[in-house]
Every structure is written in structure tokens, then in C-alpha cells.
Design a protein around this ligand. Structure first.
Ligand code: AMP
Length: 500
């Protein structure tokens, strides 16, 4: 369909004629214009091409969040390469797996880890980029001139993002130019992003949320970003009076709520707060509205599908739900091979231009989850109510089967979270000699005075016996990954021996 370098060409065209306008405000005080950003990206593309990067080659990148890292993303795709970002928290052995699986032409890492990464990089060329945007890659790029984007087709790959791999091996989700471009354009329009927006960009850029949702939407809108290296309540609150939008994970919102400087006045110019990547508690939604006067817009997506659903910009943003399928995205809830009636729980499937091309070098895994007619089995349990709102109930693998009965953790968690003195909870299934699995609740108390007995007593009138936790464990905090997702697998492992 397209014979041009689809994604980057479009991103670039969105700010054509505005080369002198500011794209990013940097934490240390400087700014980067659209012109400078794309010129930097061209130099990166030229540097990569000079290192032998050919169309279709992977460029694996494990670096801190800098504008140069954004230029590297754009430059890789300009050169026809496939951008492969890696979580900065990954250890050497983890990086070795990704490099072995993806066999990149180039690996870019922090100079502090050059020796370690070089030892596992195999045939790849290893270059460096540090937290100040300096390193051997930058040196190479600085010597380059302009670069003409390499022609690519809509279905050609632009990125491979490895899933977090909570079960088994991490899988490389292959995303095409069109997957990324179409989804970001849809989001820009649904969320009404324009060149007048100032987006607070505090998400990591090794994940779909910060890299594609935040960065691509801002570029497609020709909007400005306040570019922060990570979550920093001070920096976000300082930026807020002159900003219009924030994209965050739920922990952003709970942490900001804990700060007295979050007020209606401070948020007066903001027009949109967006949350995703993990469930936003109804309580957080309500507290946020009371404090700022804004209703958070919650959306849902995953690495494999980009964004699939969103609460409406106009109309009711319903707390606890992830809204409606985006334009061009279909969603259905399936059980035993058939679609379930409205309001019933099953496994969510989605279809549309947003859905990825499959898992890198895993045709069998791909065939298990991506059906020939285009429906992708998300692995999320969900329901769609009569009004069309989608509610995510949790991952299918987190479903608890106890004595043959299904227990959806979210139902139990919601009741526990409603108890006085409870901050939040995670409900898991652990092996049990009689029941197969037993329901266990891990609860984070708020202040003192909460007891496991009081919670148990409060639940007994509200939940069928088989859904009631056999054990309640009080913890100071739930284990979370960098995207704020509760790590239920780690909890299941920690309490696996609870019942002998
Ligand atoms: P990832 O591929 O790391 O983006 O993780 C995707 C998973 O995060 C989804 O399959 C959901 O389980 C979860 N997720 C994302 N957004 C939401 C949301 N708004 N509410 C509940 N779960 C979400």
C-alpha cells in the first residue's frame, strides 16, 4: 500500500514547516525543536547505516531515557531497521536472551555496561549512549549528514517489543509501521491532541506506553512534551501549571495524590489525565476528581495490540472500566468458542489494524493467540456491559480455580479494598492439597489497626464461602514492575508453600 517509510514520514510530516517550534523541554532547562529532533534522527539513521544496518535488521537498545534515545528510535526506523528497546532493569543474562533471540546487527547500551554487554553481544556491533546522550553512537552520529528514509511497506516491521514474560519465555511482539501509525493517529484524534498541547512525558521509553502512546501521539499532533527522565512528583507538579496533559500508570496518580501540592489550582490548565498499563482503582479515580476536578480517562492496551479501548473524551468516563473499543478496533468476549452475552465474563479478543504481526520466530505461539481471521486472544478476562463499556477483570492466568470453582481475583480485591484501613490488595491462588488452589489475599493496610480477622469477618457476609480467602497476609507494599503492574507471579511463588 505504502511505498514510503510510512511511520517516520508521517511523524515528520505532522510538524513540517514548524522546524523552529519546540518539541521538547528538557529537565536541565534546554529545549529541542522539531527540526533538531528530526535532524538528530537522520544522523542516527546515517550512523546506523554506516555500521551496516540494512532494512529489516534489528537494533537492540538498552539505554536511559534521553532525547538522543528518541532520535535513535526514529533513526532506526528511518534506516529501515527494527527498533528493539529493552528495559534498563534487565541484567546481563536477560539481555543475553534477547540478543540471542533477536540477533540484532547493533546493540546500544550504557557505556558503564560496555564490557558486560560486549561479552554477550555475539556478532552484533556494540555502541554506547549514556544518560547525558553521549557515547560512541553519538560520536558516530555527530559526524553524519542528512539521511533519506529507506522505503518501507505498511506491513514491514518497525519495532519488536518483548512482552514482560510473566509466564515462560518472553516473546518478541512484531509491530509494523501501520500498526504503530494507525493506532497513534486514532489516539491523537480520540483524545483531541493538537499542536497546542503540552504533554508531561514521564513514562519509560522501553515500553509501548511511553514509546508509542506518548511519543508518537505527541509527534503526530505536533505537540510539545515536557521530557522527564522518569517519574518525579516534584518535576510533574512543577510542570503542571503550564501543561495540558499527563499520561501515566496508576502509581503516578496514587503518588501524586499523596502530595499536598496537588490542587485544583495547579491542575487548572490541564485538560486531560490518561491512565493505563494496569488497573486504576475506583478509589483513585474518585479521589483524583475530588482533588483536581478532573476525571481520569482510563484506556486499555497491551504490547501486542497497541491500544484497544478507551473511555470517551466526551461522555461518561466510567471508573473501573476501560471504555469502548477504539474506532477501527473490534472487541468480543469469548467462552468455549462462543461470544458470551453482555455482562458475562470470558476471554477478551480484539481485531483491527492495531494488532501485531505475530511473535518473533515463534510461529506456534503466534498461531495459538492470533487466529487466521485476525482475532487476537488477549489472555485478559473481561466483560462488556449492555452499554458497551469494557471491564478488565484480570489476566486469565491469574484466575483461581478452587475446588473446581472459578474465582476472579478482582471481585475479591474490590471488596477487600472497600474495607476501612485497607490501601490495596492482591488476591492469588496457591497450591492446596484439598482444593487444588486456595484463595489467598495479600493486603496492604492503611495506617494501623487493620487485622486479617477483621477483613475475614467483613467478607463473610458478602462472598460465597469458596471465594473467601483461606489466608490473609498483611504486607507493607505489593511487588510491582516499572509499569506499576502488581507482580502476582512473584506473590504466588512467595506463598507457594503456605498450605504444605
Ligand atoms: P503490557 O503488554 O506490558 O502493556 O501489558 C498489557 C497488560 O496490562 C494487559 O494485557 C492487561 O492485563 C494490563 N492492562 C493494561 N491496561 C490496563 C487497564 N487499563 N486496566 C487493567 N489492566 C490493564
Amino acid at each position: 500500500m505504502y511505498d514510503a517509510n510510512h511511520l517516520i514520514r508521517q511523524l515528520r510530516e505532522s510538524s513540517l514547516g514548524r522546524e523552529e517550534d519546540v518539541f521538547a523541554r528538557l529537565p536541565e532547562g534546554g529545549t529541542v525543536t522539531f527540526g533538531a529532533l528530526f535532524a538528530g534522527a537522520e544522523r542516527m539513521a546515517a550512523a546506523l547505516a554506516a555500521q551496516g544496518v540494512q532494512p529489516g535488521d534489528r537494533v537492540a537498545v538498552q539505554v536511559q531515557k534521553t532525547i538522543q534515545a528518541i532520535e535513535l528510535y526514529l533513526g532506526t526506523v528511518m534506516a529501515g531497521g527494527i527498533f528493539l528497546p529493552l528495559n534498563t532493569a534487565y541484567t546481563g543474562p536477560e539481555v543475553a536472551y534477547f540478543v540471542g533471540d533477536a540477533s540484532p546487527r547493533v546493540v546500544v547500551c550504557d557505556p558503564a555496561r560496555l564490557e558486560e554487554i560486549s561479552a554477550i553481544a555475539g556478532a552484533a556491533q556494540v555502541l554506547t549512549l549514556d544518560a547525558a546522550g553521549q557515547g560512541s553512537l553519538r560520536d558516530l552520529a555527530d559526524g553524519q549528514g542528512g539521511f533519506d528514509p529507506v522505503a518501507r511497506k505498511a506491513d514491514d516491521l518497525a519495532a519488536i517489543l518483548y512482552t514482560s514474560g510473566t509466564t515462560g519465555r518472553s516473546k518478541g511482539a512484531m509491530l509494523s509501521h501501520d500498526n504503530l501509525a494507525s493506532n497513534s493517529l486514532t489516539l491523537r484524534d480520540c483524545w483531541r491532541f493538537t499542536k497546542d498541547d503540552v504533554l508531561i512525558h514521564a513514562l519509560p521509553i522501553f515500553h509501548t506506553h511511553g514509546l508509542f502512546v506518548a511519543t508518537n501521539v505527541a509527534l503526530f499532533a505536533g505537540a510539545k512534551v515536557v521530557f522527564l527522565p522518569g517519574f518525579d512528583a516534584d518535576a510533574i507538579l512543577n510542570a503542571m501549571p503550564a501543561a495540558t496533559a499527563l499520561m501515566g500508570v496508576p502509581t503516578f496518580y496514587t503518588r501524586l495524590l499523596a502530595d499536598a501540592r496537588l490542587t485544583k489550582e495547579r491542575a487548572a490548565k490541564m485538560r486531560l489525565f490518561i491512565s493505563g498499563s494496569a488497573p486504576l482503582l475506583v478509589d483513585t479515580h474518585e479521589q483524583w476528581e475530588a482533588r483536581t476536578g478532573h476525571r481520569i480517562l482510563e484506556r486499555y492496551g497491551m504490547t501486542e495490540t497497541n491500544m484497544s479501548t478507551s473511555n470517551p473524551y466526551d461522555g461518561e468516563r466510567r471508573a473501573g472500566t476501560v471504555g469502548f473499543p477504539l474506532p477501527g478496533v473490534e472487541a468480543r468476549v469469548m467462552r468455549d468458542g462462543a461470544e458470551v452475552p453482555a455482562g458475562e465474563i470470558g476471554v477478551l479478543e480484539v481485531r483491527g489494524a492495531n494488532v501485531f504481526q505475530g511473535y518473533w520466530q515463534m510461529p506456534e505461539k503466534t498461531a495459538e493467540e492470533l487466529q487466521p481471521d485476525g482475532w487476537f486472544i488477549t489472555g485478559d478476562m473481561a466483560k462488556i456491559d449492555a452499554d458497551g463499556y469494557v471491564t478488565i477483570v484480570g489476566r486469565e492466568k491469574d484466575l483461581i480455580i478452587t475446588g473446581g470453582f472459578n474465582v476472579y481475583p478482582k471481585e475479591v480485591e474490590s471488596l477487600i479494598d472497600d474495607q476501612p484501613g485497607v490501601l490495596e490488595s492482591a488476591v492469588i491462588g496457591v497450591p492446596h492439597p484439598d482444593f487444588g488452589e486456595a484463595v489467598v489475599a495479600v493486603v496492604v493496610p492503611e495506617g494501623k489497626g487493620t487485622s486479617a480477622e477483621a477483613i475475614k469477618a467483613a467478607l463473610s457476609g458478602h462472598l460465597a464461602k469458596f471465594k473467601q480467602p483461606k489466608e490473609i497476609i498483611l504486607l507493607e507494599a505489593l511487588p510491582r514492575n516499572t509499569m506499576g503492574k502488581v507482580q502476582k507471579k512473584a506473590l504466588r511463588e512467595a506463598y507457594a508453600g503456605l498450605f504444605g
